[in-house]
Design a protein around this ligand. Sequence first.
Ligand code: SF4
Length: 88
Amino acid sequence: MLDAAGGATEPLAAALVCGHRLRVNPISCVAHGLCAELLPELVELDEWGYPVIDRAPVPVGLVAQARRVVAACPALALRQDGRRGRHS
Ligand code: SF4
């Protein structure tokens, strides 16, 4: 991200993306909300407690954390999709 003068305002790694997107299977998800607790940068909960996931590619600085969230989902409803340009 750049400021008005064109200078960087964030560390470079935070601005880079890996091309993977975090996706949820809405059929499997049981609205534990754990994903939003562990990765609030990319996941918010809707009014019923189901995740609303940022469709932007996962920033490089959050890739490891996103992997941990995928592994931690008790319903196995999350995955990282490496195909660019596809959305759920
Ligand atoms: S942790 Fe898994 S089951 Fe819980 S809200 Fe997130 S995707 Fe759904």
